[in-house]
Design a protein around this ligand. Structure first.
Ligand code: ATP
Length: 239
C-alpha cells in the first residue's frame, strides 16, 4: 500500500535520509526506531509531504505521490499526528476537530466528529473546552482525533507517548490498536522502543539516515542485537 524506494531527503546541504526503502501494508503498525538524529521524524515529514525528497519515490496505493505536498497527501488519505501534538491551543476541542475535517462537506464533518467522540469519550465531555487547557494526554487524543477526522488510510504518528502518564499511554495505544483493526496503516515513531516493539507488525531500525535492519515485529522482538541496543542490554544491531 505504501512503498518507499531509495528515498533521499536533505535540509539544505545536510543529507538526513540517505537511501531509505520499505513497503508497508494496510492494517499494520509499522514502527521506525533508532537513536536521536537517525532520521525518523524526517521520514514521517517526507511521508506527510512536508519535506519533498531530493531523490527516490513514494507510492501510495500504486500512485506516485513523491512530488505532492501535504494538502494533496491529506486528500489522498495520509494524515499526521505531529511530534508535540501541535493542537490549536486557543480553539475549542470541537473547533480543532473541525480543522481536521476542513476538506469535507458539513454532513461528513458532523458524522466524522461523532465518530471521534465515540472513540474518545473524554473529548466529547470536553468539546467546548479550549485545547490549551487539556492535559498532555488529552491533547494527544485530540491530535489523533484531528488526524482521524480526515478519514485517513495512513496515519503518521510522531512520538505517541512522549511525556504522557502511563494511563494515558495505554489509552492512546488502545485507540491506535482500534484504528489498525479498522484497516489503517499506522506509521509509528516512538521514543519508548519497548512499547513500539510490543505492538509493531513491521520494524525498520534507522541509523544515520539509513535503514540498518528491517523485519517483522516478532523478529525484532527476538533479535538479541536489537533488544540489546534499543532496550538497553547488549551490542548494537546488525544488518
Ligand atoms: P529524534 O529521535 O531526536 O527526534 P530523529 O530520528 O527523528 O531524531 P530527525 O529529526 O529526522 O531524527 O533528524 C535527522 C537528521 O536531520 C539529524 O542529523 C538532524 O540534525 C537533521 N535535521 C532535522 N531537522 C533539521 C532541520 N530543520 N534543519 C537541518 N537539519 C535537520
Amino acid at each position: 500500500m505504501l512503498s518507499v524506494q531509495n528515498l533521499q531527503c536533505s535540509y539544505g546541504d545536510i543529507l538526513a535520509l540517505h537511501d531509505l526503502s520499505f513497503e508497508a501494508r494496510a492494517g499494520e503498525i509499522f514502527a521506525l526506531i533508532g537513536a536521536n538524529g537517525a532520521g525518523k521524524t524526517t521520514t514521517i515529514m517526507a511521508l506527510a509531504g512536508h519535506l519533498l525528497p531530493r531523490s527516490g519515490s513514494i507510492h501510495l496505493g500504486g500512485d506516485d505521490v513523491t512530488s505532492i505536498g501535504p494538502r494533496g497527501r491529506l486528500a489522498r488519505g495520509v494524515a499526521l499526528v505531529p511530534e508535540g501534538r501541535r493542537v490549536f491551543a486557543d480553539l475549542s476541542v470541537e473547533d480543532n476537530l473541525t480543522v481536521g475535517g476542513h476538506l469535507q462537506s458539513l454532513a461528513e464533518l458532523k458524522a466524522n466528529r461523532d465518530n471521534v467522540y465515540t472513540t474518545f469519550p473524554r473529548l466529547a465531555e470536553r468539546r467546548s473546552q479550549l485545547a490549551g487547557s487539556l492535559s498532555g494526554g488529552e491533547q494527544q487524543m485530540l491530535a489523533i482525533g484531528r488526524a482521524v477526522m480526515a478519514c485517513p488510510t495512513v496515519l503518521l504518528v510522531d512520538e505517541l507517548s512522549l511525556g504522557l502518564m502511563p494511563k494515558m499511554v495505554d489509552e492512546c495505544y488502545r485507540v491506535i490498536d482500534t484504528l489498525k483493526d479498522q484497516g489503517l496503516l499506522i506509521m509509528l515513531v516512538e521514543q519508548s522502543t519497548q512499547r513500539a516493539l510490543d505492538v509493531a507488525d513491521q520494524v525498520v531500525v534507522m541509523e544515520s539516515g539509513r535503514s540498518s535492519w528491517q523485519g517483522s515485529g516478532l523478529e525484532a522482538r527476538q533479535n538479541p542485537s536489537i533488544v540489546g541496543a534499543y532496550l538497553g542490554t547488549i551490542e548494537g544491531p546488525e544488518g
